[in-house]
Design a binder for this molecule. Structure first.
Ligand SMILES: C[S@@+](CC[C@H](N)C(=O)[O-])C[C@H]1O[C@@H](n2cnc3c(N)ncnc32)[C@H](O)[C@@H]1O
Length: 322
């Protein structure tokens, strides 16, 4: 299978050509079966048909992943519950990552405010895994840490906490100017976070639903290889254009990091020892409460981003989930 290219076609057919245990991780963001207007396939299967189809590619993803590898599936909670039932038979559950989403009250339901990312290990005893950190959350106006650490401030990590299984700091693509002509494009720094925690430089990442190439771009920025599959010719073209426009390698010194708007969104805990010389760190460290560290390009770390309206297509998605 050719590395660093996006194959156009049906993933069920093309996955069969990938040898057993040959990719380092697999990430899948399948159609959500929510009657979205895609040009190349029906997004409105009967429930049993959809689950049967998903089980086919889920089994293929586990088959082709190395014993050290991870399998990540992004979807709405309703479908992830079905996927888990299948994955529990053939892989080891690690996490259900809750990725924060905006929503509106719907009535007769709890407010759905997260997408899920199922995180399975092919074999939990052999899993490649790195602790990762995100910048401290701060008040946008006053710059003070959002969380009250009480008397423990002097023991805080200067950059930020270890990433948990609830992700509230990575937002969807809200501005149309940053969005391609695709209804469900994911942000690159979401994929970069997954790659930093599960892969090394040069590893191979498989995405059988490549859309406009988010996973491929993240892999390229972080010095990883990818294998992509996408059924829609138009999306393959956009993905290839996005790849051609991606020249930046996101590194600080010798360490790979995820950068968003000139700020570090995710870094590896093990890399901090080498990276910290590129930051101005307040002294004494307990001043971190009100003074943020600065990356040497002079930009403030950990500024909160604007939280805009949920894009219309995501609102539709959550409305349909009930
Ligand atoms: C939710 S989108 C993925 C979006 C992608 N993560 C991104 O950030 O651009 C699902 C994609 O799967 C593609 N797709 C649907 N059925 C497919 C199939 N059988 N084989 C390969 N791709 C398929 C669709 O064309 C769509 O682009």
């Amino acid at each position: 299978m050719k590395l660093n290219s996006i194959l156009r076609g049906d993933c069920i057919k093309l996955l069969r050509n990938i040898p057993d245990e040959s990719v380092d991780i697999a990430f899948a963001d399948p159609p959500f079966n929510l009657k979205k207007r895609y040009s190349s396939y029906r997004d409105n299967l009967e429930l049993s048909q959809y689950i049967e189809w998903c089980n086919l590619w889920l089994r293929e993803l586990v088959r082709v992943t190395k014993p050290t590898g991870s399998i990540f599936i992004h979807n709405i909670p309703k479908w992830l519950a079905y996927f888990s039932a299948e994955l529990n038979k053939i892989a080891d559950f690690k996490h259900w990552i809750a990725w924060d989403a905006m929503s509106t009250p719907l009535g007769k339901t709890l407010l759905p405010t997260h997408y899920g990312i199922l995180y399975y290990a092919k074999d939990a005893t052999k899993l490649k895994f790195y602790d990762i950190r995100y910048p401290h959350h701060r008040c946008r106006k006053c710059g003070v840490l959002r969380k009250d650490y009480g008397g423990k401030k002097s023991r805080l990590h200067p950059f930020g906490p270890i990433v948990s299984d609830v992700w509230t700091d990575l937002h969807r693509i809200k501005h149309n100017k940053r969005r391609d002509r695709h209804p469900c494009q994911l942000p690159i720094h979401l994929l970069e976070r997954l790659l930093l925690l599960s892969t090394d430089e040069g590893d191979v990442v498989l995405d059988p639903f490549m859309g406009t190439g988010t996973t491929a771009v993240a892999a390229k920025r972080l010095g990883r290889n990818f294998i992509g599959i996408e059924i829609d010719e138009n999306y393959v073209q956009i993905a290839n254009d996005n790849l051609a426009d991606t020249n930046e390698k996101t590194k600080i010194g010798a360490s790979w990091v995820s950068l968003y708007l000139n700020q570090v969104a995710t870094l590896r805990d093990v890399d901090w020892r080498d990276i910290k010389k590129y930051f101005e760190i307040p002294a004494p460290i307990k001043r971190i409460d009100s003074v943020s560290i600065k990356y040497s390009n002079g930009k403030q770390q950990a500024e909160e981003q604007d939280i805009d309206e949920i894009p219309p297509e995501h609102k539709e998605l959550w409305d349909l989930q009930v």
